[in-house]
Design a protein around this ligand. Structure first.
Ligand SMILES: [Zn+2]
Length: 265
């Protein structure tokens, strides 16, 4: 169900080593934490993006270079292109800044961080969401958390991408068959829980940490109950993947997604 990116204990230790936080990477927010905290997108990002679109249109109206006629770009075009380039850099900086602040804070504070293994490639098939997702920097959050937990001596747990973190009730464990994207509040028909959809998902992620710890403590030997392991050792990191319903005999058959792999998408 989850695989762990376990690290050698660094000299540093997170402020709260026993603390577990689930991070639901969002679209309307940078992230939602299992603590209930909504981390907003960087301020001014939307405004900067609007500026970007405006400058792009302005550039399109100017006389640009034409390789066929060897037409040189006009002075106005050059100035507009420079403005657009600066605006691009600004948006990129704001986004990176927001992500780094978040991941640094999480890694410094919590002993265990649980994130989803998002199918970023699949999500990009949805064009309308694509830009916003790219902006939110799903892959970047994962990648940053992977190395920052190493620095801080913490642990990053990556939930299996099939784990239904949104559809599962964080109170009673009941799983809903369907949950429309428009439903922002999770309501459980079994126990009556009513909770922000993303907070519910983040809490489910946090709850996964207990299972991941189990896999870890079992070492490389056969694991009691469920828990097939596929291990990869890369420079002090150990990735252990657990899949639902598999047994120890299925070892080697499980996924090989390195934590950095999906982030590259
Ligand atoms: Zn429930």
């Amino acid at each position: 169900m989850a695989f762990t990116v376990e690290v050698e204990r660094a000299d540093r230790v997170p402020a709260r080593p026993a603390s577990v936080v689930g991070v639901d990477v969002g679209v309307s927010h940078l992230a939602v934490l299992s603590t209930g905290e909504l981390v907003p997108n960087p301020r001014h990002l939307e405004a900067a993006q609007a500026c970007l679109r405006r400058l792009g249109r302005a550039l399109a109206r100017k006389q640009g270079p034409d390789p066929r006629t060897k037409q040189q770009p006009s002075k106005r075009w050059r100035r507009a292109a420079a403005r657009l380039g600066r605006a691009h850099a600004r948006v990129g900086n704001q986004r990176r800044d927001g992500l780094h602040k978040l991941t640094t804070r999480l890694a410094a504070e919590h002993g265990t961080i649980v994130v989803e293994d998002l199918n970023v490639a699949g999500m990009f098939a949805n064009r309308r969401l694509a830009r916003r997702i790219a902006d939110a920097g799903f892959g970047q959050i994962r990648r940053q958390l992977a190395y920052k937990t190493v620095w801080h001596g913490g642990r990053l747990v990556v939930a299996d991408r099939w784990y239904p973190s949104s559809k599962t009730c964080s109170a009673c464990g009941a799983v809903r068959a369907k949950l429309a994207l428009a439903e922002r509040i999770y309501t459980c028909t079994s126990c009556g829980l009513t909770l922000d959809r993303d907070v519910n998902a983040a809490r489910n992620l946090a709850a996964l940490a207990a299972n991941a710890a189990e896999v870890r403590s079992a070492g490389s030997g056969p694991v009691a109950g469920r828990g097939a392991n596929h291990k990869t050792r890369t420079r002090g990191q150990e990735a252990t993947k657990r899949q639902p319903g598999t047994t120890a005999t299925a070892a080697g058959k499980t996924g090989t997604a390195a934590p950095q792999g999906a982030a590259a998408a």
